[in-house]
Design a protein around this ligand. Sequence first.
Ligand SMILES: Cc1cc2nc3c(=O)[nH]c(=O)nc-3n(C[C@H](O)[C@H](O)[C@H](O)COP(=O)(O)O)c2cc1C
Length: 333
Amino acid sequence: MLTIGNINLELPFMLSPMAGVSDLPFRLISRSFGCPLAFTEMIDVNAIFQKDKRTAHMLSSAPDDRPLGVQLLGNSESQIPVALERLSGHTCDLIDFNAACPSPKVTRKGKGAALMLEPKKLRDILAALVRHSPIPVAVKIRAGWDADSVNARDVALYAEEAGINALFIHGRTKTQGYSGTVDYGIIREVKEALSIPVIASGDNLSVERVQKMFNETGCDGVAIARGALGNPWIFRQITDSFAGSAAVHWPDIAQRVAVMKRHLELAAGHWGEKRGIGSFRKFFIWYTRGLHGLRPLRDRAFRAASREELLEVIEDLARFPGGLSRRKSDQSL
Ligand SMILES: Cc1cc2nc3c(=O)[nH]c(=O)nc-3n(C[C@H](O)[C@H](O)[C@H](O)COP(=O)(O)O)c2cc1C
């Protein structure tokens, strides 16, 4: 059980926010395999402030998409009250403030991981969120800015002082981006320093890695990101492992094809046919990762101009010689 404010999760794992990935179709697919909590991709407070149309679409949800966390990106406490007011018309059960994004486009503006360099400013923004938000508030931080400034423990303590309900930590520095290995030691230090739940992110790519994260850090929960790409079954596998099952269930080809078809249908419904096909193509690559000799089918998937054409390619996967092989458990992007 993991409790974040008034949100009670029977099992302590979730889908981590991923820009360009965590749309409603992917969240629904993940939830169908037992993912108990998911997040929107990060949304700039400025965009909410300006009632941006694209942002409204990013915030769209569905009854099966609960509880839902909305991830906010920003660097000014003065925008918080209006942004929260605008958000109140949308489904949102938890606010997660991003102090972790390493993209230079974001950090140049003093947002995302740049806030790791300004812990007091981050605390004040979080305090404003806590003051004005009727729902629980969390923050996502990194290990630090770079290897010489690993300050997650200090930042986490400032964040906790603001009155937030949970803290997410990606155990890599900003300069590491998504490369190198996750630092379990800094996550453990943060966990030991705080009394609010600490949810750990980084290299949670398989059931074994998730168990390692819990064992090495003592964290209260884990967030799954790249491990779920083309592999929503990971949520079923983690659920099974919590139930004490040592066997890891892998889908057969028929199940995999069925999920891909459902994902494509959801994407076309959410984005419209053209954009839905475009958005699904990257998932096609992920769902078929590790397969050899797939080039002709991938080429056809990239040329497919309609949902029907793409559905045919997916169905042809079932006839692929040798079928779809099992992913290597620790495979990453
Ligand atoms: C494509 C992609 C987009 C991401 N976008 C976000 C984001 O919008 N907000 C966020 O907090 N983290 C984002 N992340 C980071 C992940 O949530 C996660 O913390 C990170 O990938 C480490 O976990 P992993 O090693 O298990 O993938 C993103 C990661 C990827 C791969």
